[in-house]
Design a binder for this molecule. Sequence first.
Ligand code: FES
Length: 121
Amino acid sequence: MTETFVAKAGSLADGDRLVVAVGKKEIGVFRHRGKYHAYSNYCLHSGGPACEGLIIAKVTEQILPDKTSAGLFFSDDETHFVCPWHGYEYNIETGACAGDPKQKLRSFPVIEKDGAIYVVT
Ligand code: FES
């Protein structure tokens, strides 16, 4: 196992993200609600920089009994990051693709020790 330095402990605020190079790989490291999450920066669609796009609450549409729309709403519970190439969305806590949750970005452990944050590959 290899531990790659990401940042000094405490330097990433909630909502921050960094992309680090680990050999020939790129890994996106997110801090979200006090926890770290790390994923391969290669989008499942076409290899775009999956971790480098917009971070946004999941958007859902509420459908009424008469099948009309009550509008679009931001989720309070689920946050996504959006691949900037064509818009594939991924759950920031699981790496699951929003369009097909069975597909997930490869994830990596993140540890904090000796005043620093490391991603483990
Ligand atoms: S490469 Fe990411 S959405 Fe197409």
